[in-house]
Design a protein around this ligand. Structure first.
Ligand code: PLP
Length: 388
């Protein structure tokens, strides 16, 4: 079979699978009876050969779009050369997508590289990092390396961001601040409405840079969310936006993302990125993915379906959960998380770790709908054993 035939076949299989699952589940998800009846007796059997269900790292279970895989494959033949030209083409494509100039786009190995280089380039030893208490640890991790003071602002009920509290932390400090806003947030998967964030950025608080991380933006359904790329289009120079190909495009292992912002800020950040860090395969796969609207829709719809399956089970189990606007969901557990996590591992499922201070909550990343059915069956059977 030729390569092209192979990739076309794989593509057809994926879409057939997707429509079957989505068609079968779209009508309100699984009922309590449907879920319960799928468990014959006790714990569903997990054989030695069963593959692990990996729903612990917010990865996309679908695999890269077949078109992107093919583009990456073709790129191998060009990889004796540095990919300068094609990186430039991708940078231009991204600029066009966001309606900005190419000087407002900085290519990165992934958004993590942008978190780190923004601190290295734009913070001093006097700069404080202001964050909500429960957010993506990549921010504080790199701030700590830089010796920055980290101010964690407690969450509001429902693990919402206390925007007034964040403002207060900035206002009360005489030195410079970087405010790291993850939207939708990780591990909570909740959004902060644009109407709470945009006016603050637009008010241009003195000595303050906003680093906004929208790794999961493409999964959002809530219309109160709006990307801050609009502010960059409007020319605000106090905000840097981080984007990644790791999530909706299922490219976590390819390592590619980008930052958008004022050209001077990005030039400074670029000094702290390795200049030849992007690889040909990632560049071609990313470029192809941006054009593959069919895959983007498929990725989003599949995650929506998987989330519905999990929500149905959580309702059945009467476990509190937060509204998820990403490819993961945060829910309460009635038992110690460590023992639940260990038991799940013994049954072939890797689930999220503890995220202090929310130690009674568990983060579940979306697997395929099929995996979520197997996982939720296990959840229900765990309840009968008193393990959940
Ligand atoms: N930002 C957030 C909010 C994340 O949750 C993650 C990874 O899970 C990252 C950034 C890292 O993304 P990348 O793979 O682009 O470095």
């Amino acid at each position: 079979m030729s390569d092209v035939t192979y990739f076309n076949k794989k593509r057809r299989e994926i879409f057939k699978y997707s429509s079957a699952i989505i068609g079968g589940l779209a009508l309100g998800g699984l009922s309590k009876t449907a879920l319960a009846s799928s468990i014959s007796s006790g714990i569903p059997e997990v054989t030695e050969s069963s593959e692990l269900i990996r729903i612990n790292y917010n990865e996309n279970p679908l695999g890269m779009s077949p078109k992107a895989q093919y583009a990456a494959y073709l790129a191998i033949a060009k990889a004796n050369r540095y990919p300068y030209h094609d990186e430039g083409l991708l940078q231009r494509k991204i600029a066009k997508l966001h309606g900005i100039d190419k000087t407002n786009v900085l290519m990165l190995q992934g958004s993590c590289e942008g978190i780190r280089s923004s601190f290295e380039a734009l913070a001093t030893s006097e700069t404080q990092l202001v964050i909500p208490e429960l957010t993506y640890e990549g921010g504080p991790k790199y701030a700590k390396i830089m010796g920055m003071n980290i101010v964690r602002v407690p969450m509001l009920p429902g693990f919402k961001f206390d925007v007034d509290g964040l403002k207060k932390a900035v206002h009360e400090y005489t030195g410079p601040s970087i405010v790291y806003i993850v939207n939708p947030n990780n591990p909570t998967a909740t959004i902060t409405p644009a109407d709470l964030i945009e006016p603050w950025i637009k008010s241009k608080p003195k000595n303050t840079l906003f680093l906004v991380d929208e790794a999961y933006a493409e999964f959002v359904n809530d219309t109160q969310f709006r990307s801050v790329d609009g502010l960059i289009r409007e020319g605000y120079n106090n905000v840097v936006l981080l984007k990644t190909f790791s999530k909706i495009f299922a490219m976590a292992g390819m390592r590619i993302g980008y930052a958008l912002g004022n050209a001077d800020l990005l030039r400074k950040m670029a000094n702290y990125n390795t200049s030849e860090s992007l690889n040909y395969c990632a560049i071609e796969a990313a470029s192809t993915s941006l054009d593959d609207q069919e895959f983007i829709n498929y990725s989003k719809t599949t995650i929506d379906t998987s989330r519905q399956i999990l929500i149905s089970a959580l309702k059945t189990l009467d476990l509190e959960y937060l509204p998820s606007e990403a490819n993961f969901l945060f829910h309460r557990v009635n038992v110690p998380l460590v023992s639940y996590q260990q038991k799940m591992k013994e049954h072939g499922v890797l689930i999220g770790r503890a995220f202090p201070p929310a130690t009674e909550w568990c983060r579940i990343s979306m697997g395929t709908p099929e995996e979520m059915i197997r996982f939720t069956q296990l959840m229900l059977s765990f309840r009968t054993k008193g393990w959940l």
